[in-house]
Design a protein around this ligand. Sequence first.
Ligand SMILES: Cc1cc2nc3c(=O)[nH]c(=O)nc-3n(C[C@H](O)[C@H](O)[C@H](O)COP(=O)(O)OP(=O)(O)OC[C@H]3O[C@@H](n4cnc5c(N)ncnc54)[C@H](O)[C@@H]3O)c2cc1C
Length: 381
Amino acid sequence: MRVIVIGAGVLGASAAFHAALAGAQVVLVDQAHDGRATAAGAGIVCPWLSGSTDAEWYRIASAGARYLPTLVQQLAGFGEHDLGYRRVGALSVASNGRDLDGIEALARARQAGAPDAGDVSRLDSRQARALFPPLHPELEAVHVSGGARVDGRRLAAALCRAMERQGGTRRQGVATLLVRSGCVTGACVGGEAIEADAVILAAGAWAPALLAPLGLTLAVEPQRGQITHLRLEGVETGSWPVVLPPGSHYLIAFEGGRVVAGATRERGTGFDCRVTAAGQAEVLNQALAVAPGLGQATLIETRVGFRPLGPNARPLLGAAAGLKGLVIGNGMGPSGLTIGPFAGRLLAQAALGQPPNLPLEPYDPFRPRTGVSASDTDAIR
Ligand SMILES: Cc1cc2nc3c(=O)[nH]c(=O)nc-3n(C[C@H](O)[C@H](O)[C@H](O)COP(=O)(O)OP(=O)(O)OC[C@H]3O[C@@H](n4cnc5c(N)ncnc54)[C@H](O)[C@@H]3O)c2cc1C
């Protein structure tokens, strides 16, 4: 069976890897847009502290967090070890201990059904700073030991290479859908028609443009995120936990002194991928308010990515009813590095006609709008 995957972000790369693993002949096409979300994503994996009220979002996000260690092991079998994945723990921080009571209660309630969340504990400001030294001295924390981080760029690249090692091929270029008699029969890449039994469309915020000519409206828009990478010279930061203050900003550390401060959430920017003065100021002000000890860090770069934002936090996954041969994956918004590796496997299963590990009905890409509000997405990091 031949499967074409359009888009090599974390979702498409995972779908391509899993389809190849299941024995399909895979062609993965990517246009490498500036602003592709996976290349900018921070990499927090900690759904248990999220304030989202959507049970279906939580179901797939927690399944995603649970699946990552399995995928990491699988990729190791293909010689891929450099993913930036590590269970470093997460600190939800606040200056008022009472604000942490609700967060602790939520984490403990979720921990009961998610052993991979690890231990939940309360830390005073001294204990919190012992884990993340630049932190403001007045901040206390709830610590969740299972919190993790992953580098989206390295993970997607590793998935692509592992797919190729199984005989899959990669093409760089612009893909469009080939449609014949109401069925998607392949893709056109750089003027060449490639036939396939199924096409997985994982084109992120750019996907609506591929579906519009078919009369299909996918409710996805780009949400711009500006995110700044700092380096603490000579400091080893690889084991530092993720820091989640109130609001939507955060800090996340990688090896080699790299501390990442994220991120803006901007709608209505279209695909304008400039770093703006206001965006840069917002990210740095928020970061330094939480961690003044970062003041002397070197500013390395600011990345810009477009989160594929659906009508609410719940992803859009599954077949397009009435259009055979097409499977859509999208709408992972701010949690795609958590959900995408697992969701890619679901898309591969759907394309190959295998029963999915999670029922896809709640994630129907063209479902009517649910009662879950769009602002629910703001509660997710
Ligand atoms: C600043 C920021 C911080 C984030 N932080 C986190 C986080 O901490 N934790 C978390 O879980 N998630 C996070 N996310 C969210 C996560 O990064 C995204 O949800 C996820 O990367 C989306 O992946 P994707 O594969 O759907 O889209 P993308 O990564 O955007 O990939 C889509 C790909 O499709 C390609 N494409 C589009 N059209 C075509 C075409 N016609 N032909 C060929 N190729 C095409 C593009 O070039 C692109 O490479 C963050 C995102 C941003 C921007």
